[in-house]
Every structure is written in structure tokens, then in C-alpha cells.
Design a protein around this ligand. Structure first.
Ligand code: SF4
Length: 128
């Protein structure tokens, strides 16, 4: 419940940044700041690796998944719309189709690397 409310709060902040490029600039600048341990907890710039134990149940089984750190910034859905979808009820992204072709895997990896809060994992096969 706490993570869900944080996600909605963060989504509102992110929505104030009008373009994807500007969002990426803000995320990059925030990640360069040394604000001290814990300062960014609960904010959109809290980078921690995706954890398969925290993945949303909506994710389809397979390699890629989104965990509960997602702040609904839309980057993955812009980057790889054939694989990432929004939960309108929850306000987060999830993987609805797993890539099989290398070009599609590359797209999902691009989304993973671009995620500002590292909410996308690629070790989903290990969780089967
Ligand atoms: S998974 Fe990452 S890139 Fe995708 S919407 Fe969530 S925070 Fe943004």
C-alpha cells in the first residue's frame, strides 16, 4: 500500500515534466547529485536494482518484468510499446509480452537501461 501511494505521488511529479527528453535530463541530473543516503527514499530518484520478489503480478512470465519501484514515468512504454503496458488502475507499467527476437530483446534492454528508478529486471526466468 505504501509503495502504491508513493507511485501515485511520483507519477504526479513526473507528469509536470512535459517531454520524455526533459524527464531523462531531470533523472540524470538527480542521479548525479550526492544528497546522502536515504534522502531520495520514496522520491522518483531512488535507484535500486529491480527485485523479482517485488515484481507486479500483472507481468507475464519470462525474462523481463517490472517491480513495485515503478513511478509510471512512461519511458519504457515509449521505448518498447510492444512489450510494456500501463496498469491504469495501479498507475505503473508491467511487461505484457516477452520479446523473442534479438531486436526486440534489445528494445527491452534499452527500456531497462533507461528506467530512471531501475524498476525493470531481466532475471525473470530465474523466478520460474
Ligand atoms: S518501469 Fe521504469 S521506465 Fe517504465 S514507467 Fe516505470 S519507472 Fe518509468
Amino acid at each position: 500500500m505504501e509503495q502504491l501511494s508513493t507511485s501515485r505521488y511520483s507519477s504526479a511529479l513526473i507528469a509536470l515534466i512535459p517531454t520524455i527528453g526533459e524527464r531523462q535530463e531531470v533523472f540524470a541530473a538527480a542521479s548525479r547529485l550526492d544528497l546522502g543516503a536515504g534522502f531520495c527514499d520514496g522520491l522518483p530518484f531512488n535507484n535500486a536494482m529491480a527485485d523479482i520478489k517485488d515484481k507486479w503480478a500483472d507481468n507475464i512470465a519470462g525474462k523481463f518484468y517490472v517491480d513495485q519501484q515503478c513511478i509510471d514515468c512512461d519511458l519504457c512504454r515509449e521505448t518498447a510499446p510492444d512489450f510494456f503496458k500501463r496498469s491504469d488502475d495501479g498507475g505503473y507499467s508491467y511487461v505484457y509480452k516477452q520479446p523473442t527476437e534479438q531486436a526486440d530483446i534489445d528494445k527491452c534492454m534499452e527500456a531497462l537501461e533507461g528506467c530512471p528508478v531501475e524498476a525493470i529486471g531481466n532475471d525473470g526466468d530465474e523466478g520460474k
